[in-house]
Design a protein around this ligand. Structure first.
Ligand SMILES: *[C@@H]1O[C@H](CO)[C@@H](O)[C@H](O)[C@H]1NC(C)=O
Ligand SMILES: *[C@@H]1O[C@H](CO)[C@@H](O)[C@H](O)[C@H]1NC(C)=O
Length: 323
C-alpha cells in the first residue's frame, strides 16, 4: 500500500527536475550540459557538450524564442560515443531571441535554452521600412518585445526627441503609421523597461524635406516655406513656456507652398519667448519646426532661416531655430 508521504514525493519528482537529488534518477530530467562561444565576425556559435549522460547522443539547434522556440534551420547531433563533443552552428542575425536549444536524444528529454544575444536589444529597432507610395512607415519586431513606439521630433538643441501627439502605439506586433512626413527630424522612438532608443529613418538626406524661414520688417513677420514636393502648411504663433512646450497665442494661418504668410507682431511679442511654429497639414504625421528668439524689424530689417551664414542682411542677430 502507498502512504501519503510517498504520493506527495512522487508528484514532486515529476514536477521539478531542478532538484538534483531527484533529477538524476529520471532520464527525462537529464538535460546534459553545454556551453558556447560566439564568433561574431564569422557569425558562428560553437557549442560544447560537457556532460551528456550514459554516452547518449545530444541534439542542438538554433531557434527563435517566441511562444515556443521556432526552428531557424541549423541543427546538429553530437554523438555520445565521440570524445570530441563540439559543433558549430551558423546564424544570420544576432537577435535577442536567438537561442541555442540542447537536449538528450531520449523521449521527452528536458531541453535547455541559452540565448547568447539576449541583451542585444538595439538590433530590434533596425528594421524600419518606408513605403513612398503610401507614405507609410512600418516597424515589425523580429523578436517578442514589450515596447512603446512613438513618432517624435528630434530637437537640434539637446538631441531630445519630443513625442508627436497621438502617435503612441503599444504593440507586440507590427506598428504602422500612414501619411508620414519624410522630414529628417521625424524619428521613431522605442521605449522598453531597459531604456529608450531613437531611430531617424529620413536623417540621411535621401528623402524630400521642407524648410521654414522667417523675415522681419517693422512689426510684421513674414513666414515662407520651401519644399521639394507638393505640400500644405500651417503656421502658429506660440509662447514657449518650457523648452518642450509652446502654447498657442491664438494666431494661426494656413499656407500653400510658394505662398507666404504675414504675421503682425506687437513689440511685447517680439521681445518675449514667442516662437513661430510650422508643420505640414497634407500628411497625418509631421514634425513641427520652430523658429524662436524672433527679433522683429523695429530697428531695421532682419531675416532668419536658422543659418546666419546665408542671411541676406547686415542686421542679423543671433538666431536660434529648430529646423
Ligand atoms: C545579460 O545581462 C544580464 C544582466 O546584466 C546578465 O546577467 C546576463 O549574463 C547577460 N546575458 C548575456 C548572454 O550576456
Ligand atoms: C508668455 O508666457 C509668459 C509666461 O507664462 C507670460 O508672462 C507672457 O506674458 C506670455 N507672452 C505673451 C506674448 O503671451
Amino acid at each position: 500500500c502507498i502512504n501519503k508521504a510517498t504520493l506527495k514525493e512522487t508528484r514532486f519528482y515529476f514536477a521539478d527536475c531542478r532538484n538534483s537529488d531527484v533529477g538524476k534518477y529520471i532520464p527525462a530530467c537529464s538535460a546534459g550540459k553545454f556551453d558556447y562561444n560566439v564568433d561574431r565576425a564569422k557569425k558562428i556559435i560553437s557549442v560544447n557538450v560537457s556532460n551528456s549522460l550514459r554516452d547518449q547522443d545530444y541534439y542542438v539547434r538554433l531557434c527563435h524564442k517566441w511562444f515556443t522556440c521556432e526552428d531557424v534551420g541549423a541543427f546538429a547531433v553530437i554523438k555520445g560515443k565521440e570524445s570530441f563533443k563540439s559543433v558549430s552552428l551558423k546564424y544570420s542575425q544576432p537577435l535577442p531571441c536567438l537561442c541555442i536549444e540542447g537536449w538528450l536524444a531520449i523521449p521527452d528529454a528536458r531541453r535547455i535554452q541559452l540565448c547568447p544575444f539576449e541583451n542585444d536589444t538595439k538590433v530590434l529597432w533596425d528594421n524600419i521600412v518606408y513605403s513612398p507610395a503610401t507614405q507609410t512607415i512600418a516597424w515589425e519586431p523580429a523578436c517578442p518585445v514589450l515596447v512603446m513606439v512613438n513618432l517624435c521630433r528630434l530637437m537640434k538643441s539637446n538631441d531630445h526627441c519630443e513625442d508627436i501627439p497621438n502617435s503612441s502605439k503599444n504593440s507586440p506586433e507590427k506598428v504602422k503609421y500612414s501619411r508620414v512626413d519624410t522630414h529628417p527630424r521625424l524619428c521613431m522612438k522605442f521605449t522598453t523597461k531597459q531604456g529608450s532608443w531613437v531611430k531617424c529613418p529620413f536623417a540621411h538626406g535621401e528623402f524630400p524635406a521642407w524648410k521654414m524661414r522667417t523675415a522681419a520688417a517693422a512689426e510684421r513677420i513674414q513666414v515662407f516655406f520651401t519644399s521639394q514636393t507638393k505640400a500644405q502648411f500651417s503656421v502658429l504663433v506660440c509662447n514657449r513656456t518650457q523648452l518642450a512646450s509652446c502654447e498657442s497665442v491664438g494666431i494661426h494661418h494656413s499656407v500653400s507652398l510658394g505662398d507666404s504668410v504675414s504675421i503682425t507682431m506687437s513689440q511685447e511679442m517680439c521681445e518675449s519667448t514667442i516662437c513661430i511654429q510650422g508643420w505640414r497639414t497634407d500628411v497625418d504625421y509631421s514634425v513641427p519646426l520652430q523658429i524662436c528668439d524672433i527679433h522683429c524689424g523695429f530697428r531695421g530689417q532682419t531675416y532668419s532661416d536658422g543659418n546666419p551664414a546665408k542671411a541676406m542682411t547686415h542686421r542679423v542677430k543671433s538666431v536660434h531655430s529648430l529646423h
